[in-house]
Write a protein that binds this ligand. Sequence first.
Ligand code: GLU
Length: 220
Amino acid sequence: MRRSGLRPRVPVVGRSAIYHSGYGRLVPWEETFDRVGGLFRLNNRLAEGLCMCGIVGYIGTKPAQSYLLEGLKRLEYRGYDSAGIATIENGKLTVIRSVGRVSNLEDKLEDSGGLRGTLGMCHTRWATHGGVTEFNAHPHVDDKNGIAVVHNGIIENYAALKTYLEDKGHVFKSQTDTEVLAMLIGELYDGDLEKAVQSALREVTGAYAIVVMCEKEPNV
Ligand code: GLU
């Protein structure tokens, strides 16, 4: 793989890894996310500068779902085409996604009985790579380790990375640049999520904010 030369700063917030490449420079997480209680939310300046999607995360002791949905609703005004949510409960990652309004996602969650994990993240997508479909909605997961990624921005060298990963046997389910990043983190994962994320981002060029969770390391 080509080395991008990017050297991310230490990216950990609480128990989730968060990075932002900003406008050609790496931005510390404090400038990227506003913290509101247990929630962290991509701040307006960066969200409006990059594109209009939204990211919300929750780390706490109560079920994350209602806090995450509330956060997404507050970000709806930015515009989006689809939405999704992931939580980890008893070491199991669950992802639910839907095209259209956050209320569609809510309906789907209700139909499925809801999520009870106390660690979670959610996303409203403004498609740049791949059409507006449920498969292309975030979060995206790797195919081995229960690693989920939500992403705001663009992975510019996703095509080369995808070819590299396909050659290694990974099968993609979406047309997005984001799934490439999830697979790459999974490919590089050897039991240390933070290390895998840092290694993956060294291979990536583009502008991005991401949140990553791993069911094997819910405490990271
Ligand atoms: N490039 C990603 C996609 O098309 C993320 C878009 C966004 O920032 O919402 O899924």
